[in-house]
Design a protein around this ligand. Structure first.
Ligand SMILES: Cc1cc2nc3c(=O)[nH]c(=O)nc-3n(C[C@H](O)[C@H](O)[C@H](O)COP(=O)(O)O)c2cc1C
Length: 165
């Protein structure tokens, strides 16, 4: 049985929600990373992701500038680092370095992969929409990689207030 509820109240019941790290590179070669929950596959031929990336994010500026980014599925061991990437802006700081995470070269884009992620997707910007208040970024996957250890599993956002586990 259902009862009428405010949208926010109903949204609070959406968890668990997935979380990814969107990796970009700044003009002075800093690695930036941001946590994104509003993300999904929207095409498999060619493979494409869509991400909702809000205006204040440095990531949005870097994607518009470089037209490329990496989507990494963080592992369950990366809760602290993902929360950090998702609560601090990267305009003035080196989030890649401060996070302590390990990165390695991508095969097709100039943005690095997250070495210990479950999987990485190298993306090129296809288009950007703005149907509501949040810019939606569509990226085509041009290369992908997976962790060699199959026991490494994905981090999720289990509840309101960034309950990463
Ligand atoms: C679990 C989690 C999920 C998030 N999901 C989104 C999202 O879908 N879209 C968004 O714009 N910001 C999201 N954020 C907030 C951004 O990650 C945050 O604003 C970040 O500091 C932006 O970094 P940047 O300015 O270096 O790009 C999320 C944060 C967390 C912790």
């Amino acid at each position: 049985m259902q009862k009428s509820a405010a949208i926010q109240q109903a949204w609070d019941r959406k968890y668990p929600e997935q979380v990814v790290l969107v990796i970009t590179k700044s003009p002075d070669d800093r690695i930036n990373l941001m946590a994104v929950g509003w993300v999904t596959l929207v095409s498999d031929e060619p493979p494409m992701f869509i991400c909702g990336i809000d205006d204040p994010a440095y990531t949005l500026e870097l994607i518009r500038r470089n037209k490329e980014f990496v989507i990494a599925y963080p592992s369950r061991a990366m809760a602290k680092e993902t929360l950090y990437a998702g609560t601090v802006h990267g305009h003035e700081i080196d989030k890649g370095k401060i996070s302590g995470l390990r990165f390695e070269a991508s095969s097709k884009v100039g943005v690095p992969l997250l070495s210990d992620a479950v999987a990485n997707f190298e993306c090129r910007l296809v288009t950007e929409y703005r149907p509501g208040n949040c810019p939606l970024i569509v990226g085509e996957v041009v290369a992908s990689s997976v962790n060699t250890d199959e026991r490494v599993t994905r981090l999720i956002n289990a509840g309101k207030g960034y309950l990463l586990q």
